[in-house]
Design a protein around this ligand. Structure first.
Ligand code: ZN
Ligand code: FE
Length: 259
């Protein structure tokens, strides 16, 4: 399975999954149709699936136009999003599986950003040690940050992010926005003595000054540097004056909303 990262709107990423053997494709969160249609044309591939993580327009905005071009396409989304995702035909719950290009993806229910948000975790292609899994996490986990809480509580989001933390470190994190630099600018203000964070920040600054993408990131690096996965760390707890993980998360999220 080949994964292509397409730019859309002002800072969205759409991910196109291509199976070169059958020359079919699937797309994750098509914010708009045009970049997807262009890539499909370049590849000469048929679109068979749309995997949506949640109902926001910058994730489903291209659904309808893509369905018009590819009548057979199947539209997947969370069961709780029924009625909110254009064209949705498959209603996924925690633990369900979807298949594409010989890879199997597990569905994780991760409410918080919205009440219906799901993520797709594609297990590694083989058992070999350097094989990575691929997590398509929408607006739940970002490189260096996490989504705003529009329809969920801090406790829910902590539980959702904990689920993602249980995946192997060697997992590529395909999040739906290029927010990394801004996220890390905030992170260094609350996790001041984190050497891994300092060096990541320097790398991201350099990459962004040359318009390079910072997505995908790796889950292992997120655990070391993303403040929104580090509610158990004494440094983060003392930065927000709390000993409680959920309260620590909530305060960090509140500070970031104002940042
Ligand atoms: Zn969203
Ligand atoms: Fe979004």
């Amino acid at each position: 399975m080949q994964i292509y990262r397409l730019e859309a709107l002002s800072d969205n990423y759409i991910f196109l999954l291509h199976d070169p053997q059958q020359n079919i494709a699937a797309v994750v969160d098509p914010a708009e149709a045009q970049p997807v249609l262009q890539k499909l044309q370049d590849l000469g591939a048929q679109l068979v699936a749309i995997f949506n993580t949640h109902h926001h327009n910058d994730h489903v905005g291209g659904n309808q136009k893509l369905m018009q071009h590819f009548k057979q396409v199947k539209v997947y989304g969370g069961a709780e999003d029924r009625g909110r995702i254009p064209g949705q035909q498959v209603f996924l719950k925690e633990g369900d599986r979807v298949e594409f290009a010989g890879r199997s993806a597990e569905v994780l229910f991760v409410p918080g950003h919205t009440r219906a948000h799901i993520t797709y975790y594609f297990h590694p292609e083989s058992k070999e040690e350097d094989e990575t899994g691929d997590l398509f996490c929408g607006d739940t986990l970002f490189a260096g940050g996490c989504g705003r809480l529009f329809e969920g509580s801090p406790a829910q989001m902590v539980e959702s992010l904990s689920k993602l933390c249980n995946l192997p470190d060697n997992t590529r994190v395909w999040c739906a926005h290029e927010y990394t630099l801004k996220n890390l600018q905030f992170a260094i203000t609350v996790d001041r003595n984190n050497a891994d964070l300092q060096s990541r920040f320097a790398e991201v600054k350099a990459a962004r000054s040359q318009q390079q993408a910072t997505v995908p990131s790796m889950l292992g690096l997120e655990k070391l540097t993303n403040p929104f996965l580090r509610w158990n760390q004494p440094a983060l707890q003392s930065a927000v004056n709390s000993h409680d993980p959920v309260q620590t998360f909530a305060r960090l999220r509140g500070m970031k909303d104002q940042f």
